[in-house]
Design a protein around this ligand. Structure first.
Ligand code: HEC
Length: 119
């Protein structure tokens, strides 16, 4: 019974805390921890994108090595639809996520509110 009481307190605290955070704070939290690898790891702190890896590639025909890099797109200033499509239809490098529409909207609001201070 005592254990149950503690659980109720923890749950109540969590619910209370959740209602105090704004959409933007919620979006930031999801951007950094979207039940999978954080978006910030690839798209940068504020979504400006950039180079995430530099490597050497070998051209068999010329027999030469050249620098290649893996970049992520800037995901700010997309329309909400383009943004949602980009998440839902991840191809190639970007992993798949299972985010609800509300969660995507929250991330969108966060990114488009904080256009300054990247990296
Ligand atoms: C492993 C690196 C990686 C992670 C993590 C990642 N992305 Fe991406 N994202 C990419 C790459 C690379 C692309 C370009 C398309 C491709 O190659 O998959 C992309 C494309 C996108 C696009 C489409 C951009 C356009 O111009 O259409 C959106 C939107 C996007 N990502 C949002 C997110 C969000 C939101 C998260 C977190 C939930 C996230 N990404 C996590 C690498 C990543």
């Amino acid at each position: 019974m005592k254990k149950f009481g503690i659980l109720v307190v923890i749950l109540a605290t969590f619910l209370a805390a959740k209602s105090f955070i704004t959409d933007i704070e919620y979006g930031k939290m999801l951007y950094q921890n979207p039940r999978g690898i954080g978006c910030d790891k690839c798209h940068g702190k504020s979504g400006f994108g950039g180079v995430i890896a530099i490597y050497k590639e070998f051209n068999k025909t010329s027999g030469e090595k050249y620098d290649a890099n893996l970049t992520t797109p800037n995901i700010i200033n997309l329309t909400p639809q383009e943004f949602a499509d980009g998440i839902m239809q991840s191809r190639g490098v970007m992993p798949s996520y299972f985010l609800t529409a509300d969660e995507i909207v929250a991330i969108y609001k966060y990114l488009n509110k904080e256009k300054l201070n990247d990296k």
